[in-house]
Design a protein around this ligand. Structure first.
Ligand code: SAH
Ligand code: SF4
Ligand code: F3S
Length: 442
């Protein structure tokens, strides 16, 4: 175990995954070496998620496992959303932790490392008072083909269930030219897919004089030479404007996919959640997407069992699923989170009932996906090859509309296909993926 080795484990969303890439780059630039296991490491970092209670518990379970190593010279750090949420309380709960820092403080990581090296065992970075985003040319990206770019950090919404505004602070957008410069640099390095990240990318507003909105930024990134796919996540329906669909229609580089989290199909519940749109306003946005020039897959997030959710509210959600026919969705049982408005709301839904509703949503959606994926059989799809399943003799690809499409390739003796864009004929389908054969296009 050398003094300048570190291990990092990341929980949570793509924002966290990308933050970890930046943290790794920053540490490596400070002379640290990344190792694969916490046992080998001197500095053990957990980049944490707090979106639901279960996610929060993970870090404490991890820390518990290593308690016995505390005296053996390891230094533990908690980063990310649990760090920001719990702050110095983490030192009380896990005294072997020496560093607690939220994402708004990562620009100060080099200074925090110096303090740790000097033997300070209570180092914190917890201020949310920043108007900077954390961008660094040192980022160590995990994927050689697809690169994340943060365009906006934090969240100014106040959804009644959500801890993110407390863990990530207020919204800060990054200058448009800086985003474009990074996209160009990535293209030169050989990346072909870019994923623009933010808790709410639609409220992006270029802080420089240019003042681009999100649709304008999308159009510019789509024109960067060498970039073949651009994705973005996440969209808040309130700020999802028609101009976004229009710019997607004009640029085939912008992938055929919109993730538009609805949370509930009940206007009454949407109001209780403070989502700032009604069921009908949401449906109008779906209509823009469905009547666009190109075909887009549409996916969403659903929360079941929010306080006060009646059978009728829940039925509205199920009806919306029938109506929209989502290509995929993430569904969650409501989980009470610290600081949030929903904590004070009456009529909590019992755990068994949440579980029952979750199962109903998932079963309905499974049937929808089986049908929608089966409709793809016989079609030709372009995939980006992202991996190899040796056991099945298949390559792992992804379509522009974000479906996993695993395929066999006739010239099996040949070289790696990783990172290539290939036409694939869909031959079979399941609820979550497609299977096919690589095709030759004349
Ligand atoms: N910024 C994104 C959401 C990020 S969190 C947006 O506004 O859409 C990802 C998803 O986690 C949310 O869409 C929501 O469905 C779910 N989620 C957030 N807080 C939750 C909570 N307290 N309980 C259960 N699910 C939650
Ligand atoms: Fe959370 Fe709502 Fe902000 Fe999304 S928009 S991060 S759900 S507060
Ligand atoms: Fe989790 Fe924080 Fe992302 S709470 S979902 S890691 S913004």
């Amino acid at each position: 175990m050398s003094g300048r080795t570190f291990y990092i484990e990341t929980f949570g969303c793509q924002m966290n995954a990308h933050d970890s890439e930046k943290v790794v780059g920053t540490l490596v630039a400070q002379g640290y070496t990344q190792v694969e296991t916490p046992e080998e490491a001197h500095l053990v970092l957990y980049n944490t998620c707090s979106i639901r209670d279960k996610a929060e518990q993970k870090v404490f379970n991890r820390l518990q496992q290593f308690k016995r190593d505390a005296g053996k010279g390891k230094v533990f750090g908690v980063l990310g959303c649990v760090a920001q949420q719990e702050g110095e309380k983490i030192f009380a709960r896990a005294p072997h932790v020496s560093l607690v820092a939220g994402s708004a403080s990562y620009t100060k990581l080099p200074q925090m490392l110096v303090q740790l090296e000097a033997g300070n065992r209570r180092v914190t970075g917890l201020s949310l008072e920043t108007d900077e985003t954390f961008d660094t040319p040192l980022t160590r990206r995990d994927n050689p083909h697809r690169a994340y770019i943060t365009i906006i950090e934090g969240c100014d919404k106040s959804c009644a269930y959500c801890v993110v505004p407390f863990t990530r602070g207020p919204e800060r957008s990054r200058a448009g030219e800086s985003v474009l410069a990074e996209a160009r640099r990535l293209a030169e390095q050989g990346y072909t897919e870019i994923q623009l990240l933010g808790q709410n990318v639609n409220s992006y507003r270029d802080p420089s004089a240019a003042g681009w909105d999100f649709a304008t930024l999308l159009g510019r990134v789509a024109q960067v030479a060498g970039i073949r796919r651009v994705r973005y996540t996440t969209s808040h329906p309130r700020d999802f404007v028609k101009a976004i669909v229009d710019v997607m229609d004009e640029n085939s580089v912008l992938c055929d996919h919109v993730h538009l989290p609805v949370q509930s199909g009940s206007t009454r519940l949407l109001a209780a959640m403070d989502r700032q749109y009604t069921r009908d306003e949401y449906r109008r946005r779906i209509e823009w997407i469905k009547t666009a020039k190109r075909k887009y897959s549409i996916t969403t997030d659903i929360i079941v069992g929010f306080p006060g959710e009646t059978d009728a509210d829940f039925q509205h959600t199920l009806d919306l699923l029938d109506e929209v026919q989502y290509d995929s969705l993430f569904s969650f049982k409501y989980s009470a989170r610290p600081h949030t408005a929903a904590l004070a709301m009456p009529d909590a839904i019992p755990e068994e009932e949440k579980q029952r509703r979750l199962a109903i949503v998932q079963e309905k959606q499974r049937a929808i996906q089986i049908r929608r994926n089966a409709d793809r059989i016989g079609t030709l799809q372009e995939v980006l090859v992202e991996g190899r399943n040796q056991a099945l003799g298949q390559w792992i690809g992804r379509t522009s509309d974000n479906r996993p499409l695993n395929f066999t390739h006739r010239d099996e003796g040949g070289a790696s296909l990783l990172g290539q864009y290939l036409p694939v004929r869909v031959t079979r389908s399941g609820p979550n993926s497609l299977v096919g054969e690589s095709a030759t296009v004349e």
